[in-house]
Design a protein around this ligand. Structure first.
Ligand code: FEO
Ligand code: CA
Ligand code: CA
Ligand code: CA
Length: 604
């Protein structure tokens, strides 16, 4: 057809029209099926979801809230049976619980102890066995032996690497500093080459509480231990009031507790009794994701963004080489080097090692050992002169030594602060950087970089967007967040505009973005979210026939600025009731499975 013939893009599908309404849309010729919704029972003994009578006990056996990262471990050669690994980043009380309304973060007037525990049980992750039938339809294997929930309420974890056992990790319930209960704010993530799942802990600071407030009602860190570190990490954020019920989220009672979060957690989805491990060698920051690759010389490399305005892009390189034998890889995430990126004006990138005793990372500057360097990764990276970025979200490496880095937006960057790698002040729409590591080796400590696209509307000159002119009015986007490669090494981008929807008039969605040849920089819209939902996942099975997508917080973000919606959602009056459209059910974050009608690879 005309749309395909006009473009050198390798993505063969008819582009979807941009817009926004109460439901999801996928390009013609594809099926998008709801696979898992918040509250769906995922163990044999789990109760059915009863939204008016929720309990923490039930939620611990049901699919959690705000699905973000989606990974898949195949259990057969055909890729038609496997384990879905899903992060549950956070919760939205106003649409989860009846009669609560939007929570005033200073008051939390409606949040009872039971609701706090339900929220905690709705965070974390899920492992769910799924299978595809002969007609191509996927379903949940409810009694799957590997099915499990991982939560901040009750999942015991261990610590490994340089910060394990450190004095600053010791708490009243863990005098050895070797253990922690739970993981939270798990945003994007990754799968390792040996089939384990990496859950990134992002905005952990928001879960800490204090009763010591200054005259303006803000947390007063005077007299608190590690005040400079807490300030750099934004602890305590007081976004949730869990610390009023659980001491481990209250810095007045447990001053070291925040040091146990902000890590990357490794989970073995094949063993439901396995204890997740927080791998402290990968540093402590607001980890957006943790996508892995094997370098040309056999090392494990993990690309990781610190999603905060003016924070940094990191990568980790293992000392040892990746083995075909899974058990031989157990030290790769403990023994290695963490690097932070400096993007130079001449188009080169230098990866600066965070190693105690090297350069400024000494006791004189507050770093007594490698454990301190990892606990205070941000402070160490500040001293090394890393490049402050426009909120590094997901970063995706490809086997050929290339990586794509999503910079989602940064409206606080002033004209005086711009640099070549972050070239726009007041950036509402973000950009994407392509890195080519020297020698095609992901373990290299230097490489080159270029900007693939500058996002936003190409028809508004003040926006300063940069797309391939082949990109249509439907195809341009703002605020890249998660990304993935498909089976053919082509890039797909999902967006999270937050409350910025009013600036584009488009819902969040999934876009196919060409990186090669004359079509480089051409974007096409493939899927779009229901109003107020953020696009997460995406994940392609190895055979390229199945695409998992996650719609996070449908009905919430930005709806008050959208014509036809113009209100903040509540349980009783949400902007959409996707995906059930049942007047008794609020909107539910859900994972979808997308396949080509009649079968075959997607967009080929
Ligand atoms: Fe949870 Fe940076 O998005
Ligand atoms: Ca994200
Ligand atoms: Ca990704
Ligand atoms: Ca985001």
């Amino acid at each position: 057809n005309a749309g395909q013939a006009a473009s050198a893009s390798r993505y063969v599908f008819d582009e979807l029209a941009a817009g926004n309404d109460e439901t999801h849309h996928v390009a013609d010729g594809y099926d998008a099926q709801i696979l898992l919704r918040w509250g769906d029972p995922i163990t044999a003994d789990a109760p059915e979801f009863d939204v008016m009578n929720q309990t923490a006990e039930a939620q611990l056996k049901q699919f959690g809230y705000n699905n973000d990262y989606v990974g898949f471990v195949s259990l057969n050669d055909e890729g038609t049976h496997g384990l879905l690994c899903v992060n549950h980043e956070y919760t939205n009380e106003e649409v989860m619980f009846p009669g609560l309304g939007r929570q005033d973060r200073d008051g939390f007037k409606g949040m009872t102890p039971e609701l706090i525990d339900i929220e905690m049980a709705a965070h974390g992750g899920s492992v769910v066995e799924i299978t595809r039938d002969d007609a191509g339809k996927w379903s949940v294997v409810r009694d799957g032996k590997m099915n499990r929930r991982i939560t901040p309420l009750d999942t015991a974890m261990t610590l490994s690497g340089p910060a394990a056992g450190h004095d600053r990790m010791k708490t009243n319930d863990d005098p050895a500093g070797m253990n922690v209960i739970g993981t939270l704010n798990n945003c994007a993530g990754g799968m390792t080459p040996w089939g384990t799942w990496l859950m990134a802990e992002e905005n952990f600071h928001g879960y800490y509480w204090t009763d010591t407030l200054d005259s303006e009602g803000k947390p007063d860190l005077t007299g608190h231990s590690d005040a400079a570190s807490k300030k750099r990490y934004g602890v305590p954020g007081m976004w949730y009031n869990w610390g009023t019920r659980h001491d481990r989220f209250n810095i007045d009672r447990e001053p070291n507790a925040p040091n146990k979060f902000g890590w990357v957690v490794e989970v073995d989805p094949m063993d439901p009794t396995s204890t997740p491990i927080k791998r402290t060698a990968l540093g402590r920051f607001r980890h957006e994701g943790a996508e892995t690759t094997v370098s040309s010389d056999g090392k494990l490399v993990v690309y990781m963004g610190d999603d905060n305005r003016f924070d940094y892009q990191y990568k980790y390189v293992s000392d040892g080489s990746v083995s075909e034998v899974a058990a031989e890889n157990s030290n790769l995430l403990d023994e290695g080097t963490l690097y932070v990126a400096r993007f130079d004006e001449d188009g080169t990138v230098a990866w600066l090692p965070l190693i105690h005793g090297q350069g400024p990372l000494t006791a004189e500057n507050g770093f007594n050992d490698q454990g301190d360097v990892m606990i205070d990764t941000r402070l160490a990276a500040d001293l090394l002169g890393a490049t402050p970025m426009d909120r590094p979200e997901d970063a995706q490496p490809r086997g050929d030594g290339t990586a794509y880095i999503m910079l989602t937006n940064n409206t606080r960057r002033k004209p005086d602060d711009v640099n070549a790698a972050n070239p726009r002040a007041d950036s509402s729409f973000g950009h994407i950087i392509e890195v080519k590591e020297d020698g095609g080796n992901h373990a290299a400590t230097s490489g080159t970089w270029s900007i693939l696209v500058k996002c936003g509307d190409p028809n508004i000159s003040e926006v300063g967007a940069q797309w391939n002119p082949e990109t249509s009015q439907n195809g341009w986007f703002g605020s890249p967040d998660n990304c993935a490669f498909d089976a053919d090494g082509r890039l797909w981008i999902s967006t999270d505009q937050g409350s910025n929807w009013g600036k584009t008039g488009k819902s969040d969605g999934l876009y196919a973005l060409e990186t090669e040849g004359e079509a480089r920089g051409t974007s096409k819209l493939f899927f779009r979210c229901p109003v107020g939902g953020e696009m997460c996942g995406p994940y392609f099975t190895d055979n390229g026939e199945t695409l998992f997508l996650a719609v996070q917080h449908p009905g919430t973000d930005g709806t008050k600025d959208l014509p036809g919606f113009e209100r903040n959602s509540t349980f009783e009056d949400p902007a959409t009731r996707w995906p059930d459209f049942d007047p008794a059910m609020p909107p539910r974050p859900s994972v979808l499975v997308v396949t080509k009608t009649g079968g075959g690879k997607i967009a080929v």
